[in-house]
Design a protein around this ligand. Structure first.
Ligand code: HEC
Length: 167
């Protein structure tokens, strides 16, 4: 090898070494993605800054503010049928075909609530409505998947679940 190309190589090696050392050193002004804050699945998302609203958003009431909202949809066989249709499409995969917490992907969650249990059945309509609209820790929100009427109808349907007998 000619001496000049040997010098060239060692300069190249030095530059590469420096580069990786700097990358590892993470100087404070450097923001690499792998050092940024990470939200892992099934843990709390980061809370938005207090009192902020999406520029084009309406202020959504949370569960506590929604819990006493009256269900504006009459509880009829038609509205329950609409609710059942929504449930089969959006909820059964997790909570199970009859709400027992045994949907196809339930085992991948730390906890999959049985919606037939008394503590859920005792929730007010407004509380369940808010859960459907906003989701929870691991449960996705359905604000954009259903109309307001469909969501309230789904609440009527959720209230029909009964604990399956064990025999
Ligand atoms: C991807 C899985 C998944 C889907 C889909 C889903 N949920 Fe959930 N749901 C959960 C999990 C997990 C929880 C427990 C709280 C949490 O971690 O979010 C929960 C909690 C609930 C609760 C509160 C139960 C409690 O213990 O307080 C209700 C009510 C509920 N879901 C209803 C529904 C309805 C109705 C739908 C359909 C629109 C639905 N969920 C769709 C996963 C799901």
């Amino acid at each position: 090898m000619r001496p000049t190309s040997r010098i060239g190589l060692s300069v190249l090696a030095a530059v590469l070494t420096m580069g990786s050392t700097v990358a590892l050193a993470q100087l404070p002004f450097m923001r690499n993605m792998h050092t940024g804050p990470v939200v892992m699945p099934q843990v709390d998302t980061r809370a938005p800054v207090d009192d902020t609203i999406a520029v084009d958003g309406v202020r959504l009431r949370d569960r506590i503010e929604s819990q006493n909202l009256p269900n504006p949809v009459p509880n009829t066989s038609e509205s329950r049928a609409t609710g059942a249709q929504m449930y089969d499409v959006y909820c059964a995969v997790c909570h199970g075909a009859s709400g027992q917490g045994d949907g196809q992907i339930a085992e991948h969650f730390a906890r999959m609530p049985n919606l037939a249990l008394p503590y859920v059945q005792d929730y007010t309509d407004g509380w369940i409505y808010a859960i459907i609209r906003e989701g929870g820790r691991s449960m996705p929100p359905f604000a954009h998947s259903m109309s307001v009427t469909e969501r309230w109808s789904l609440v009527h349907y959720v209230k029909t679940f009964e604990v399956a007998s064990t025999q």
